[in-house]
Design a protein around this ligand. Sequence first.
Ligand SMILES: Nc1ncnc2c1ncn2[C@@H]1O[C@H](COP(=O)(O)OP(=O)(O)O)[C@@H](O)[C@H]1O
Ligand SMILES: [Mg+2]
Length: 321
Amino acid sequence: MRYAIEVDHVTRVFGGKGDKVHAKALDDISLQVDEGELFGLLGPNGAGKTTLIKILATLLLPSEGSVRVLGHDVVKEYNKIRARINMVSGGEISGYGLLTVRENLWMFSQFYGIPPKVARQRMDDLLERFGLLDKADAKVRTISTGQKQKMNVIRGFVTDPDLIYLDEPTLGLDVNASLAIRSFLRKWVKDTPGKTMLLTTHYMVEADELCDRVAIIDQGRILACDSPSNLKRMLKRATTFDIETTAFPGLDSMPSMDGLQGYNSKSVGDRALTRFVVNDEAVISEIISHISSKGGRIIALGKSEATLEDVFIHLVGRGLE
Ligand SMILES: Nc1ncnc2c1ncn2[C@@H]1O[C@H](COP(=O)(O)OP(=O)(O)O)[C@@H](O)[C@H]1O
Ligand SMILES: [Mg+2]
């Protein structure tokens, strides 16, 4: 298996050591992305995601370390890389408002030297897939944010790249536009084996739903890198049960029991909601009999699964948003 991306001990610093502005945006990052993979960088604002994408897109140089993209070195062989990659950024104004959607797409396709007939065909095909054909001749300044972002995404794919970077592709979009973009991305990777996608996001769901593998990044470092399901398993989190009961005396002084790791109770009116973290699910029956022996009545009991957010909280020590 060939790697589409190989990042080897990359550090990126902004500003010299003596400068007032001195930020280590990336701190000794190493990762490999397989050809054909949909790889995600998940991290909060300022984690270094955009900096890494810019380096991978040959727009920014690493301060230290080496990077190969599609088998070529980003510093020495950037000209072999550029025609084969493309990049889409979310949450920024791009495209020219006075031009129509079609004119914008046409212009970018011509920057890449796509033969006119091929470009037209691809544009129509993509506009149709995004339900944007009826806006094709509208000036970009007149269309909605969601439609603009769809156009941006189309712009990224109109060059038929072997590797595409999407930097927060659904940032700030409504649910429907986000869904349309995500389902397009998923389908593209599935339908075009060998083509690779790297996306950054600070939306858990996006990383969880779309990505084959996710690197969790914070303060310029990779804290973990694996498939979403392995990341969740890695947490080896004891199971969590939420039990709603009528209020009863002694709720916040449960006796110690084998398999009960901890609990946290809060009362809501005449009821109590308690979250029990257990190592061994068998202890639940003991908990329930204790509650009834104290005169409490169970109203609801639910088990919750670990989410990617829990993994993130576990690794970073705080939530994402
Ligand atoms: N051009 C720049 N000059 C100085 N600092 C920068 C520059 N670009 C990014 N940074 C800093 O690098 C860090 C990572 O930024 P960025 O890569 O944009 O993070 P993300 O995309 O994950 O939000 C931040 O602390 C940011 O302030
Ligand atoms: Mg960013």
